[in-house]
Design a protein around this ligand. Structure first.
Ligand SMILES: NC(=O)c1ccc[n+]([C@@H]2O[C@H](COP(=O)([O-])OP(=O)(O)OC[C@H]3O[C@@H](n4cnc5c(N)ncnc54)[C@H](OP(=O)(O)O)[C@@H]3O)[C@@H](O)[C@H]2O)c1
Length: 244
């Protein structure tokens, strides 16, 4: 990770779970980290768990990834205040376990999932690449995908979430093709179930083996640490004992 010391990472969905853990790990590794989320107060809170010099490298920036204007503004702020982005961790994501694809009145929930998990990721990638290109930086884009982006699992009420993650798989391939002569790398990291706020509490998951956010962040650090000619393409991570 030494070559990333002093470089700038943007982490979307920085207020919770995998994103919050990534912010802390990247700041500890010496990166300047812009943590994007709607709940910026939670990103500010993360600083309390870091040594002062790492905490000083964390910048909380409000961004709603379902809004193109909000994304453009947040990336503009990073360009102006931090000099531009070198690494993008496309992590913001939601599931809405409230309905099936066929439930009446489900349009808003389904659109929120697609706008966050698909359009948000695409527009953040666009803004990051434009910043990298302007500054002639060979950067990294890390897409936090899911095992559900590679296989259908019949979990109740996952509705359009699996489709959104299959889209991330296809988008990663498209970006890799678009970027193949640009020096910037793109990769997909696909976890099985991870113990975060996204997973509903209760008996349903009582005996389910789960990954921790740290396990996923370990894979992010590994992928970032590879030499410039090495493209980590896809990392699938499952908890030992996972059924599916
Ligand atoms: N947990 C799992 O089992 C699991 C498994 C595979 C993949 N994943 C993927 O891992 C990623 C992180 O999820 P997590 O498990 O860490 O969930 P989490 O703890 O619920 O965190 C989700 C993050 O996404 C952000 N977010 C949601 N909607 C947003 C919006 N409109 N604009 C900006 N930020 C938004 C949230 O921030 P604000 O609400 O503050 O904006 C929050 O920081 C997601 O892409 C998820 O699909 C999770």
């Amino acid at each position: 990770m030494d070559r990333w010391i002093g470089k700038v990472a943007i982490v979307t969905g920085a207020s919770s779970g995998i994103g919050a853990t990534a912010v802390q790990a990247l700041a500890r590794a010496g990166m300047i980290v812009a943590g994007l989320a709607r709940r910026t107060e939670r990103v500010e809170e993360l600083k309390k768990h870091l040594p002062p010099e790492a905490a000083n490298r964390v910048h909380a920036i409000r961004c709603d990834v379902t809004s193109e204007e909000s994304i453009v503004n947040a990336f503009g702020t990073v360009d102006r205040q931090l000099g531009g982005v070198d690494v993008l961790i496309n992590n913001a994501g939601v599931s809405k376990l409230t309905c099936t694809l066929l439930t009446p009145g489900n349009g808003e929930d389904l659109r929120t999932v697609m706008d966050t998990n698909v359009m948000g990721l695409v527009l953040c990638s666009r803004e990051a690449f434009q910043s990298m290109k302007r500054r002639q930086v060979a950067g990294h884009i890390v897409n936090i995908n899911s095992i559900l982006g590679h296989k259908y699992i019949g979990f109740p009420n996952l509705n359009i979430y699996g489709a959104s993650k299959y889209a991330v798989t296809a988008i990663t391939e498209t970006l890799r093709n678009d970027l193949r002569n640009e020096g910037t790398k793109v990769k997909s990291i696909s976890p099985g179930i991870v113990r975060t706020e996204m997973v509903p509490e209760g008996k349903q998951f009582e005996n389910t083996p789960m990954l921790e956010a740290d396990d996923i962040v370990g894979a992010i650090l590994y992928a970032l640490g590879t030499p410039p000619h090495v493209q980590v393409h896809e990392v699938i991570i499952k908890p030992v004992g996972e059924l599916a």
